[in-house]
Design a protein around this ligand. Structure first.
Ligand code: RAM
Length: 367
């Protein structure tokens, strides 16, 4: 399977950086496969934590995943990889959480998980600082805490598993906006997730930095709005952008929920000739919009591999094979070309490079 990798540093490397997907994001069974079927994640209904172990209890750990929200398909894709890891390790996988990506709603799930006998909590923080006290309490209770996708505050996790180097995303989004706006000029706007999301805020900050480059001088970022990873609110926000900025050329949505809503709004409004949508999306959500030209290019990483890696990191922490200290190394089956991962500064591990999806490669992905 071939995918286009977002190049390091300059985004102009996009055109030349073809990589083998299996080499870049793992041959671990969690990698997306054109023929593979997605397994629906086990999630709890809003408000009520519930457990549905994916694997019979064995020698492995008992791990609970707490995503930003359980009704977001992005986290189903991550859970697919985590369930696979649990199966390989003889561990247990449970996913709990709110239906709303709101920090105040995530905290009780962390607090509940702390009292339920889990060995590790794996969390995508809806608010880095907001959830930190509950996570620190879990750590004090002897539970290993792994951040994935969206980082908790430093000191409130043992390891943060980052999907990719943050700066690659900001630069790529600036370049995509440039590529999709006529003559790399005109008004562009961002439709983000929640205003407190660590990951989106880091990507947006990097994109704003990248836009300072003279090559983007004719692009004007008019506004950043927040759809809270809620489909309806994201739809309303995208509609609002079209109304407020009749000359808008590109909507950049660094969220799988936001990019889908924006593409649907633009298409339904019949303006996809003049307004393009890009950002970060699930290939399965976006195939239709890649084909019809609403979203000619966008990016993401292997989300199943993210869940797979996060589970393995949790298991290694529980087993005492790693402590989360910078400089420690470990390997995970099928990931990182079989090479060891090194825990970096601030106890961060990076899954690998993200991908750029285009009409040429989109059908090769299934997540
Ligand atoms: C949404 C969530 C998630 C983010 C993706 C790209 O599903 O906000 O945290 O990583 O988009």
């Amino acid at each position: 399977m071939i995918a286009r990798s977002i190049g390091t540093g300059r985004v102009t490397a996009l055109g030349t950086a073809l990589v083998l997907l299996l080499a870049a994001c793992g041959g671990g069974g969690a990698s997306p496969s054109p023929a593979g079927e997605a397994t629906p994640a086990t999630t709890a209904p809003a408000e009520t934590p519930a457990e549905s172990p994916a694997a019979p209890g064995g020698a492995g750990p008992n791990v609970v995943f707490i995503p930003k929200a359980v009704n977001n398909p992005y986290f189903d894709a991550a859970a697919e990889g985590a369930q696979k890891a649990a199966g390989e390790l003889g561990g247990q996988f449970t996913q709990i959480g709110s239906n709303n990506a709101i920090a105040a709603e995530q905290i009780p799930f962390i607090q509940d998980a702390t009292t339920q006998g889990y060995d590790a909590i794996v969390v995508s923080a809806t608010g880095a600082d907001e959830v930190a006290p509950a996570l620190r309490a879990a750590m004090e209770a002897g539970i290993k805490v792994v951040g994935y996708d969206s980082s908790p505050a430093e000191g409130a996790y043992d390891v943060f598993v980052n999907q990719t180097d943050f700066s690659l995303i900001g630069g790529a989004m600036a370049q995509w906006a440039c590529d999709l706006a006529p003559d790399c000029s005109g008004e562009i706007a961002i439709l983000s997730a929640t205003a407190t999301a660590t990951n989106q805020n880091a990507w947006i900050a990097d994109m704003e930095q990248a836009l300072q480059d003279p090559q983007f001088a004719n692009l004007t970022l008019v506004e950043t709005v927040y759809g809270d990873d809620d489909p309806q609110k994201s739809t309303t926000q995208a509609q609002g952008l079209l109304q407020k900025y009749p000359n808008l050329k590109v909507i950049i949505a660094p969220t799988t929920v936001g990019i889908l809503a924006a593409a649907q709004v633009v298409k339904q409004a019949g303006v996809s000739d003049s307004v393009k949508v890009t950002g970060l999306g699930l290939p399965n959500d976006m195939k239709e919009f890649v084909r019809d030209g609403t979203t000619p290019k966008f990016g993401l990483w292997s989300v199943p591999d993210l869940g797979y890696l996060a589970y393995y990191v949790a298991a290694k922490l529980v087993a005492g094979e790693i402590t989360g200290a910078p400089g420690e190394t470990f390997t995970v089956p099928g990931l990182n070309n079989g090479q060891p991962y090194t825990i970096g500064d601030k106890s961060v591990v990076i899954l690998g490079p993200p991908f750029e999806f285009t009409p040429e490669n989109i059908d090769q992905f299934n997540f």
